[in-house]
Design a protein around this ligand. Structure first.
Ligand code: AMP
Ligand code: FE
Ligand code: FE
Ligand code: ZN
Length: 281
């Protein structure tokens, strides 16, 4: 069983529409794939139809952008009820805030002589998708300001850039509670990938106490030492251990199935969920 629990589609900053993402998962030999777009469930419907057609088990999920002390932390939520009022409102609030934030980033660039417009960014975004920096990167690349997403982030869009503007994002403790109350299972995404030291051992202990179910241990942005540390913390707090690709289509180097989750760990997630069912092939 090959299980990949973290991917993105055009419903957020992936480059493949949900149906293509699922077809690619099948072609990559995956038995189970999760769709986890940033702050939205908009891709679930299309992905569900494709999963039934393609014969892949689909895990409907989200990746919630959280923040603490102005540092970004990502939380995966598996199988939550998308109609849960409080969760849906929180996600909508974050998506709204991302629109105003994009306007501010564009204005800062314009003030500095980098000529990019809201319309040009909009042209890179699928209808109803969560707006993100990768769309701004794509617009800059389309204009020839940079060569690709990676260069855009390195040169202009990274967290420390003068053009960077944050957006509304809940504290991880709040996000964990909302996912749990919606019957979902919260797993901390790539905890040590940010290289900012934001996620400390003490924070993992705090989040475990707040209802965190698991840690995404195996991820390309983790060093060997990061993996060891995450495994140690997972053992200490009895957390589920996951591994995943964080596939973004052509937008990143990550390839489907490059990291996977063990079947017995996946079972622990299913056992804890009571939001929506896994779509069985
Ligand atoms: P945002 O949520 O709008 O702040 O944008 C963050 C997203 O940008 C993350 O989900 C990453 O997938 C993406 N990202 C970060 N760094 C890079 C990079 N170097 N190349 C492509 N995408 C990136
Ligand atoms: Fe992303
Ligand atoms: Fe992430
Ligand atoms: Zn992701």
């Amino acid at each position: 069983m090959r299980i990949d629990l973290h991917t993105h589609s055009t419903a957020s900053d992936g480059t493949q529409p949900p149906a293509e993402l699922v077809a690619e998962a099948r072609a990559a030999g995956l038995d189970v794939v999760a769709i986890t777009d940033h702050d939205t469930t908009a891709g679930w419907h299309e992905a569900t139809r494709a999963a039934v057609e393609q014969g892949v088990d689909l895990v409907r999920g989200i990746e919630i952008s959280c923040s603490r002390h102005h540092e970004s932390i990502h939380l995966l939520g598996y199988l939550p009820d998308p109609d849960d009022q409080e969760l849906a409102l929180e996600l909508a609030r974050a998506r709204e805030s991302r629109i105003a934030r994009m306007d501010r980033m564009i204005r800062r660039m314009a003030d500095d002589g980098i000529d990019i417009t809201v319309e040009e960014v909009r042209a890179q975004v699928a209808p109803g998708a969560t707006l993100g920096r990768p769309h701004l990167a794509d617009a800059l690349a389309a204009k020839g300001v940079v060569a690709n997403r990676d260069d855009a982030f390195r040169e202009l869009l990274h967290d420390g850039s003068p053009y960077y503007v944050g957006h509304y994002a809940p504290d991880p403790v709040t996000a964990i509670r909302l996912v749990r109350e919606a019957g979902g299972v919260p797993v901390l995404a790539h905890p040590f990938a940010m290289r900012t030291g934001t996620v400390t051992d003490a924070m993992v202990e705090e989040l475990a106490g707040a209802g965190l179910a698991g840690l995404e241990v195996h991820h390309r942005d983790h060093s060997g030492a990061d993996v060891e540390r995450a495994l140690r913390l997972a053992r200490r707090h009895d957390l589920v251990v996951t591994g995943s690709s964080d596939y973004h289509g052509a937008g990143k180097l990550n390839r489907l199935g490059e990291r996977t989750t063990a079947p017995e760990q996946w079972s622990r997630i299913v056992e804890q969920s009571h939001g929506v069912e896994v779509v069985r092939a």
